[in-house]
Design a protein. Structure first.
Length: 147
């Protein structure tokens, strides 16, 4: 794959990020409904900024090695998968507790998914043990596998 091909694919990624960037109204709604465990006080998502940086780097010929090109493609793939998922389910679902756990499971971070679930429940005043958190994440993972 040559640099022009990578540039064209990154252009598609930037377009996808633009299409799936939350609106100001969506950000306000998510803040009001407290469905997020993450900050929503920025104008642009990190994905959008990263995708534009990757595109500009390739467009400007600022790649020094094949390894760097490969790392750019890996980063782009991660953003691409996440943004397509957001396009499918929407921001509120993506940032819900279940959405965050699913995202961690898709990245093969099961232990972090268990920790996140347990801490989120504790923060909400619910008494959740490690076993219960693990069972929840295991059940969610099984649901993902059967889909």
């Amino acid at each position: 794959m040559n640099i022009e091909d990578i540039e064209q694919r990154l252009k598609l990624l930037v377009k996808l990020c633009h299409e799936t960037e939350p609106t100001i109204d969506e950000i306000k709604m998510m803040k009001e409904t407290h469905t997020l465990n993450v900050a929503v006080d920025e104008l642009f998502t990190e994905d959008m900024l990263k995708a534009r940086d990757l595109y500009n780097k390739v467009r400007d010929g600022d790649i020094s090695s094949r390894r760097e090109a490969t790392n750019i493609m890996r980063s782009a793939n991660t953003i691409w998968k996440q943004r397509n998922h957001i396009k499918k389910v929407g921001w509120e679902e993506f940032y819900s507790l279940e959405g965050q756990v699913i995202d961690l499971l898709r990245q093969n971070h099961k232990i972090n998914a268990i920790k996140l679930y347990r801490q989120a429940k504790i923060d909400r005043g619910e008494d959740v043990g490690l076993r219960e958190a693990k069972e929840y994440v295991d059940a969610l993972q099984e649901k993902l596998i059967t889909k």
